[in-house]
Structure formats: C-alpha cells, structure tokens
Design a protein around this ligand. Structure first.
Ligand code: 2BA
Length: 108
C-alpha cells in the first residue's frame, strides 16, 4: 500500500472529491494553507493499493488545473520579509503530489 498526498487548489477540490468517489478511491480531505502565498488550498490523503496508483494519478492530473494568480505575499521574492511587499504573478498548480510507502494499514 502507498499513501498519495496531493495538494490542489480549492477550486478543483470538489470535483476531485467527486471523481474519487465515482472511482471508489478512498480519500481524506484537509483544508490547508500554502506556505508561500499563505492562501488556502486542499490536501488529499489517499491510502491506495500500489496497482491503483496510476489510476489515481490520472484522475488528479485531469482534474487539477494550473492557474495564473496575482497574490500579495508577505515574503518578497528576494527573501526579505514584509517591508515593500508587492503583488506577484505566480502559476499555481495543477497539483503537487507525493507518493509515500505505508508500513502498516489498520482499521479498528
Ligand atoms: P504555496 O506555497 O502557497 O505556493 C504557491 C505557488 O507559489 C507555487 O505553486 C509556486 O508557483 C509559487 N512559489 C512557491 N514557493 C515559491 C518561492 N519560494 N518563490 C517563488 N515562487 C514560489 P505550486 O508549485 O503549484 O505549489 C502549490 C502549493 O503546493 C504550495 O502553495 C504548497 O502548499 C504546496 N507545495 C508545493 N511544493 C511543495 C513541497 N515541496 N512541499 C510541500 N508542499 C508543497
């Protein structure tokens, strides 16, 4: 078994949840915050058999869209904090995905 951690934009989260339900892929959805932009995003924890990873990846890839966003970061791109913070355009997403090994999976 593997654990997929997928960070997606809030705008894509409901559709992705529904796609997982339709595919009978079990997932937990967390409301999270990006460390750079400090804007909300959504993180899915998906415990899944190894043979279904490609299927889950395809769903995530097809459901998560990259978008250009203007944001006001509290951390400037040169690394200095606050001060003359200015809007920056960044491309966010589609999805940031990690695949981790799972030692044990138990449900009581
Ligand atoms: P944020 O940290 O808020 O980052 C949002 C977007 O800002 C990133 O999009 C990237 O385009 C840009 N960005 C991030 N850090 C930057 C920096 N130091 N300088 C310039 N631009 C920067 P994505 O790469 O699509 O990431 C979307 C979200 O995925 C991130 O939100 C964060 O919550 C998560 N994420 C991305 N890479 C990660 C990693 N290596 N570990 C953990 N979470 C990650």
């Amino acid at each position: 078994m593997k654990m997929i951690i997928a960070i997606v934009q809030d705008k894509d989260a409901n559709r992705l949840s529904n796609e997982f339900i339709d595919a009978n892929i079990h997932a937990t959805r967390l409301s999270t915050t990006g460390g750079f932009l400090k804007a909300g995003n959504t993180t899915f924890l998906i415990g899944i058999e190894e043979k279904r990873i490609d299927e889950a990846m395809t769903i995530i890839k097809e459901t998560s869209h990259a978008r250009q966003q203007f944001m006001n970061p509290s951390l400037n791109l040169d690394g200095s904090e606050h001060g003359s913070s200015y809007p920056v355009e960044v491309q966010v997403g589609g999805a940031t995905v990690f695949v981790l090994p799972v030692d044990q999976f138990m449900q009581f």
